[in-house]
Design a protein around this ligand. Structure first.
Ligand SMILES: Cc1cc2nc3c(=O)[nH]c(=O)nc-3n(C[C@H](O)[C@H](O)[C@H](O)COP(=O)(O)OP(=O)(O)OC[C@H]3O[C@@H](n4cnc5c(N)ncnc54)[C@H](O)[C@@H]3O)c2cc1C
Length: 540
């Protein structure tokens, strides 16, 4: 699958990020909502009509760039004039990520923030030179991968410095090494998911990391945010696949990860996995890869309720029966699938709660894991729905984000948030978060699913839909604060895979404690003494 490309604002001097600047993904795949669904939004959520259209790229008002001619000259000396731009057309597509607040900001006709310039280095030496210029000229640096952050990780914050540049990693786009004996590949940080998989597939290998943002997010971004993909039950989270990392920091270059396992002190790779551009710029990642699976099997299930389904997923994971994908939607999400099947081509609806299982590997492995899993799910109260709903889920699995833009156009706010906790804490966590969201947004529809499971617990992923109403940014801010407080109060983590960015930073002290925060600050002071790397993110 090739990464989709599409036109962005005119007059850009640099290659543009492949995603639309004010919406998710490829505009050719966006679909307007049917009249039936619009009617449902009015009846169920009190939506009062289509939202006012946002500005075109030419109409957007960006705050003027604060980069000086001297800054530009020094940066051009570091990367070459062809790889730097302060044009609005280049600043706009790197103005932020793709959370709903980001999309609402892009729709505003008020002046918007954007990085003061964009720099596109082509080597580690060039990155080191850019960081040196930025430290000297007091310029903040926001590493930019695929631009899919949903936590304000790309907010163009200057952090008290003179200016801020977006450092786009797109030129780090190669398969640098493939060790077929060890099953390891070294991939450039700027490769998107499809580009990385295409390079590996040429040699018969696969990474198997499929977050919903797969088509646009990058290898460096996956590492910098501790991403988790939909096949996590089989292949693990992205951080579990990482064997080594190269990182350029203002204090020097680190090459971490020497052997498949090591007792040589604390594992420094873990410091940079999830560092979200605050400690260094990841340029390459050495990853565990596996041969392309010979066989895939699919089976969907129905459970009478979420509690029964949750217990079934726990049994599968604790007994280690080996599905590659296992996920469970609650009653509301299962029901909404019916209304949305035509829109997104996802799994058709069933009564109760829909679960999807997928198995990959050799024919023997797949048959054995499938049989074992089926036995456990049957014993736990599941009813098989055959393979079709699971295949349909896989077919439509990257399409749902387009729906958010259609909902926004139709006057409905749609946003997601996620957490994780031990199995025993999950029921209360789910109730607490749902009540916090509906308390802040009365009448909102809150959907939930489990898509990442561990022997000791699982993640909960919430989707919230409500009428856009007046001042949706502030109203969502209130709901998000209530949900974050509920998550920490109920024993969850502030993020299982979306990361911290600016949006979850207020909860970091509660998450890791005062001493934990001081450790992160001390590491940052050592690596980034001028404080140029992604200020205002992750570290309180
Ligand atoms: C519709 C949608 C669905 C999503 N689904 C999932 C999902 O299923 N699972 C999941 O885990 N996440 C998901 N996300 C969140 C997001 O895709 C991930 O956080 C992703 O890992 C970010 O990768 P990126 O390349 O887009 O990074 P960016 O968004 O460009 O950057 C994210 C953060 O990492 C930093 N960064 C990026 N590259 C580097 C680098 N090379 N070195 C240092 N720092 C860097 C940035 O400064 C920023 O702070 C989703 C987001 C959207 C919008």
């Amino acid at each position: 699958m090739a990464p989709e490309t599409q036109a962005g604002p005119a007059n850009a001097a640099l290659p543009l990020p492949p995603m639309k600047w004010n919406a998710w993904g490829d505009p050719a795949l966006a679909k307007e909502l049917s009249a039936d669904i619009k009617g449902l939004l009015v009846a169920a959520l009190g939506v009062t009509g289509d939202a006012a259209p946002g500005p075109s790229a030419e109409e957007v008002l960006l705050r003027p760039s604060r980069i000086t001619a001297e800054d530009l000259k020094a940066l051009a000396a570091a990367v070459g004039e062809a790889h730097i731009s302060a044009a609005d057309a280049d600043r706009l597509p790197r103005a932020g990520g793709k959370s709903t607040p980001d999309l609402l900001r892009r729709r505003s006709r008020e002046p918007q923030d954007a990085p003061d310039a964009v720099v596109v280095p082509g080597s580690e030496q060039e990155i080191a030179a850019v960081l040196a210029v930025c430290a000297e000229h007091r310029i903040a640096v926001v590493p930019f991968g695929g631009g899919t952050s949903v936590v304000g990780g790309l907010d163009p914050e200057r952090g008290g410095l003179q200016a801020v540049v977006s450092l786009d990693l797109r030129r780090f786009d190669q398969l640098l090494d493939l060790d077929e004996t060890s099953g390891e590949a070294v991939l450039g940080a700027g490769l998107t998911g499809p580009a990385a998989e295409a390079l590996l597939a040429e040699h018969g290998w696969e990474l198997g990391h499929y977050p919903q943002s797969f088509r646009f997010a990058t290898i460096g971004g996956f590492a910098a945010t501790r991403s988790s993909g939909q096949d996590s039950a089989g292949y693990g989270r992205f951080d579990e696949m990482v064997r080594g990392l190269r990182v350029v920091t203002p204090a020097g270059v680190l090459d971490l990860g020497r052997a498949p396992a090591s007792a040589a002190g604390p594992d420094l790779r873990q410091l940079f996995l999830g560092s979200e551009g605050t400690l260094g710029v990841i340029t390459a990642v050495r990853l565990r890869v596996h041969p392309l699976p010979a066989v895939k099997a699919y089976e969907a299930w129905s459970f009478p309720d979420f509690a029964t389904g949750t217990a079934a997923l726990r049994a599968v994971e604790q007994q280690g029966t080996g599905p590659t994908v296992i996920r469970l939607s609650d009653e509301a999400e299962t029901m909404i699938n019916l209304a949305m099947t035509e829109q997104i081509g996802g799994a058709p609806a069933v009564s109760g709660c829909l679960a999807v299982t997928v198995f990959e590997g050799s024919a023997e492995q797949v048959a054995a894991r499938h049989d074992l899993t089926r036995e456990v799910l049957l014993a736990a109260g599941g009813t098989s729905l055959g393979e079709e709903p699971a295949r349909a889920w896989e077919h439509g699995r990257f399409n749902a984000p387009y729906l958010r833009d259609s909902l926004l156009n139709a006057g409905a706010l749609c946003e997601t948030l996620e957490t994780a906790a031990g199995w025993s804490a999950l029921p209360h966590l789910r109730t607490a978060v749902t009540e916090a969201l509906t308390g802040a947004l009365p009448g909102a529809l809150v959907l939930c699913h489990i898509s990442h499971v561990y022997p000791t617990g699982a993640s909960l992923y919430f989707t919230v839909v409500s009428a856009l109403g007046e001042d949706p940014l502030s109203r969502w801010g209130v709901a998000k604060r209530a949900a974050g407080d509920a998550i920490l109060g109920a024993g969850g983590t502030i993020s299982h895979h979306h990361a911290v960015g600016a949006d979850h930073r207020p909860w970091m002290t509660e998450e890791i404690g005062d001493l934990g925060v001081r450790i992160l600050r001390a590491v940052k002071a050592e690596l980034d003494p001028a404080g140029i790397l992604n200020p205002g993110k992750l570290i309180p």
